[in-house]
Design a binder for this molecule. Structure first.
Ligand SMILES: [Zn+2]
Length: 300
């Protein structure tokens, strides 16, 4: 129908509804025409995920992802000083069971020390094969342990180790333009440290991801009921459920609920995404903080 004819038939009310996006609008840029992407990751892989997170994933239809320390599969976590020290880690059978439900996995270094140019061959590159052998599944994503201070060395060693993507804890929403070695993650935590003590927000970054056709990768560790194990590193299982509800509310049928390896595989194949990523990221364009920028200037 031509616009003039349409207006004369439908009047002003018709114009208003014509301006409202509908399900028949042009398809989004992601898999199956989805308009934006939601993923969630759990670092360390505590066995308690089976009790407090996996059931929520099943009821909301969200696939999960675990970043695993290669040398610590099916044993109590051995990272003294960590909030999660001593917690039992998922074993090979449990990990393969989650894989059958659509979960994915990444390497979170060999021993969880901060990645450096001195230890990167072992902690990043060699850790990939160690983890693949331990869990019997392919690994192509590296998840920087500790803080983003380990990212510069990870940038050097991850390609040498055969990884195709790196997840950091830079708090931003990824788009199809984001360099796959610079993937940000969105912390969903009960309360941040000083000076803002920001409280949990189930809607964090969801509208942004929707507006920018972006990709959110949530970051937490091991949600439990009641009070978070560490308020700046985790949410509670009640907050996790509120997050999933918010994703469904904002995303409806437009959001691709995806496991990060799936999204990386899509981005590596999709012609338009490849074109958007043609220039590798430079630290000066990604980070404003001078101390962080300086870290990217170090070399062996
Ligand atoms: Zn960690």
């Amino acid at each position: 129908m031509k616009r003039r004819t349409f207006l004369s038939v439908a009047g002003a009310a018709g114009l208003a509804s014509a301006a409202t996006p509908t399900a028949s609008a042009a398809p989004g840029p992601w898999k199956d025409g989805k308009r934006w992407v939601y993923s969630i990751t759990y670092d360390e892989g505590a066995q308690d995920l089976l009790k407090h997170a996996v059931p929520l994933h099943r009821s909301y239809g969200v696939p999960g992802h675990v970043a695993l320390v290669s040398s610590q599969i099916g044993v109590p976590r051995n990272v003294p000083g960590s909030t999660y020290h001593g917690m039992m880690i998922l074993n090979r059978e449990e990990i393969q069971g989650l894989a059958r439900e659509g979960w994915g996995f990444s390497c979170h270094s060999m021993t969880h020390v901060s990645t450096s140019f001195e230890n990167g061959q072992v902690e990043v590159a060699d850790a990939r094969k160690t983890l693949e052998d331990a869990i019997g599944l392919p690994i192509t994503v590296f998840t920087v342990p500790g803080s983003n201070a380990g990212h510069p060395a990870s940038l050097h060693f991850a390609p040498l180790g055969g990884y195709s993507a790196i997840m950091t804890i830079y708090d931003w929403t990824n788009t199809r333009e984001t360099d796959l070695l610079w993937l940000g993650r969105c912390p969903i935590h009960s309360e941040y440290p000083a000076p803002f003590y920001s409280k949990f927000d189930p809607y964090k970054r969801l509208q942004q991801a929707k507006a920018e056709s972006g990709w959110i990768i949530d970051y937490c560790h091991c949600p439990i009921p009641g009070t978070a194990l560490h308020p700046a590193k985790d949410c509670t299982s009640e907050e996790l459920e509120a997050r999933f509800k918010a994703v469904k509310e904002i995303g409806g049928d437009e959001v691709w609920l995806a496991e990060p390896n799936e999204v990386v595989a899509f981005l590596l194949e999709d012609a338009e995404s490849k074109r958007l990523r043609v220039h590798p990221a430079v630290p000066e364009a990604m980070v404003l903080n001078e101390e962080m920028r300086a870290l990217y200037k170090q070399r062996r």
